[in-house]
Design a protein around this ligand. Structure first.
Ligand SMILES: C[S@@+](CC[C@H](N)C(=O)[O-])C[C@H]1O[C@@H](n2cnc3c(N)ncnc32)[C@H](O)[C@@H]1O
Length: 202
């Protein structure tokens, strides 16, 4: 595990951050086409295992780039976003809250995409416990790992001011409450969802 900067925990997540990583065409990390593709996958997976989604929670929602494409595919769902960024909350209407303080609600689908690398080990572990408490069905989860940094991401675009941990670190902790379905999809072990054993990784 390596933390690359002592300032990561205090990252401001202000306007400049969101413009750099999400708005500016030369420096952004995803396009509207990427967002739509991710949402088609999530919606298809939920439909495939017959998980009816009426409440979606997006934890660390940022610009809310999954909101519109997901609601188009799941028109009966309600979407709630939370974020620690005052800027994002004011601009997009999210609840101003940290993932570690998630203390109410039950959601059929929880999204937590590229958030936990901003938390130190102790807080990230607590955050995974909160996700397990609030998720009653499917979790779509991703976080930049040390393997991703070395092998998968575009280092010229990706924020390195984070806590890089091994994939194994996340899998062990997520595995306590979730079955890993692959592709970033996890099913809560207590959810009334049938996941055939060869469809799950653990
Ligand atoms: C890399 S962005 C990802 C945004 C969005 N999930 C996406 O994939 O587009 C990280 C987001 O996590 C938020 N964040 C960081 N720490 C958080 C925390 N403790 N609780 C909730 N959100 C947090 C930031 O404000 C920022 O919006």
């Amino acid at each position: 595990m390596a933390k690359t900067s002592s300032t990561a925990a205090a990252a401001p997540f202000g306007q400049a951050y969101f413009e750099r990583y999400y708005a500016n065409r030369g420096t952004r990390v995803s396009t509207p086409a990427d967002n739509a593709r991710v949402c088609r996958f999530i919606a298809a997976y939920a439909a495939m295992i017959e998980c009816r989604v009426t409440h979606i929670l997006d934890v660390g929602a940022g610009t809310g780039r999954f909101r519109r494409p997901l609601l188009r595919l799941m028109p009966e769902a309600r979407y709630t976003g939370i974020d620690v960024s005052e800027y994002a909350c004011a601009k997009y209407g999210w609840q101003h809250r940290s993932i570690v303080d998630l203390d109410r609600g039950s959601y059929d689908l929880v999204l937590c995409h590229d958030v936990l690398q901003y938390l130190d080990n102790k807080l990230a572990e607590r955050a995974i416990e909160r996700l397990a408490e609030r998720c009653g069905g499917l979790l779509y989860f991703s976080a930049l790992t040390s393997e991703d940094w070395e092998q998968n991401c575009d280092q010229s675009l990706t924020d390195h001011d984070v806590h890089l941990r091994k994939t194994r670190w996340y899998r062990q902790r997520l595995g306590r409450a979730f079955r890993n379905l692959g592709g970033g999809m996890f099913a809560h072990r207590d959810a009334p969802l049938v996941t055939y054993s060869l469809h799950a990784i653990d």
